[in-house]
Design a protein around this ligand. Sequence first.
Ligand code: 4AD
Ligand code: MG
Length: 449
Amino acid sequence: MSSEVATVPVVTIATIGQHEGQTITLRGWLYNIRSSGKLLFPTFRDGTGTIQGIVPKAAVPEEVFNTLKELQLESSLTVTGKVRADSRAPSGYELDVEDIHVISPVSADDPFPITLKEHGVDFLMEHRHLWLRTPRQSAILRVRATIMRAAAEYFDTNGFIRTDPPILTPNACEGTSELFEMDYFDDDKAYLTQSGQLYIEATALALGKVYSFGPTFRAEKSKTRRHLTEFWMIEPEVAHLELSGLMDLAESFITHIVTRVLESHRADLKVIGRDVSKLEAITALGPFPRLSYEEAHAMLEKAYAEGKLENPHKDGDDFGSPDETYISSQFDKPVMVHRYPAAIKAFYMQPDPADPTKALCLDVLAPEGYGEIIGGSQRVDNYDLLKSRIEEHNLPLAAFQWYLDLRKYGSVPHAGFGMGIERAVAWICGLDHVRETIPFARTLNRIYP
Ligand code: 4AD
Ligand code: MG
């Protein structure tokens, strides 16, 4: 005689398909509930996905039915039930509920503020800590995590050493007007880093191929769909690398990331509403188009003449958003625009020997109007040229002496780029605004919650 009690396995919604026909337990929250008389249709979520349950009044103890019927959304609970395949269900499965156990009920007097009706973006951002629970926002964060992992994995598996630059810095990297300044003991000032680049140039000359991956800060007073004041950047830097090799690197890096997302996030991309054929085009054979600034400018001139652009692009100016949108909309793949006028680019960029008014730099513009996701360049490797650049830009020489040293002791051509994770997530997920790409966005007018 056996006294064996069948133990019910605790599983996640993402892997529930492995338990078809079995009774299982889920730990999660009540996401939604519909009722039609003697039938309840609760939807549960557990962080890995959502699943609909079926609760016929006659099939469960009365207490289970009544508790569930009165339960407020986002109450936490465990649910036990039998997994049934259902081709109409979004996840492919439904749960025949047998029992529930409420862990923490939400009060009916103070219900969960986010309902299934439409809310304004300000309301949602004010409740971001709760908004994150909705399936679309959770799906975006899962894709973000894969993008970050794939980005680091690309460099880790291609001979790059991760070297972490400081976040508190004594000087600017990307222009002095966008710095967050803070007091740093005894009358000193420190600035939150805008980019790890200058420091990883030093580690690249020590280790050859390096990358950094961390938060960066820009006190930008721009309220666009593409700007955050705090964002994550991944930056490779390579000794003995020149511009054409840098473009090869950017192309293979982006292809790797999109491949990884397509491998494991089809269901999430569906929840987000992303047209995956646009992403499949990225991983299809064939190179990313490469256009010089001059070629891109000519393309914009022609478009303006044909009435396809509202405003003309002035030769020598940076591209505006409508310009970038137009250029990228001409191709299925990210476009690499190289050799911008040196005058509109950073002080550290190497001039093109063929035309020193141009910089050996590159911007990668994502398709579908997402604009710049990568910025990078070959770096000035000559001591005297770099020194005069620092002076022309009115930067404090003393603060940059260490950076100049890199050109004094065994200088070599070297190059690198930075990709903003949030811009990449916005593009890959097809989102309107970068505020949904990071758990808690920091923007010009928001630092809560
Ligand atoms: O083009 P940026 O300013 O380049 C640099 O910082 C270089 N030092 C990188 C390097 O060569 N190592 O910034 C690089 C990328 C942009 O292409 C964009 O994806 C992202 O960082 N980025 C921002 N993302 C969100 N909000 C902002 N305010 C951003 N500014 C730049
Ligand atoms: Mg840039």
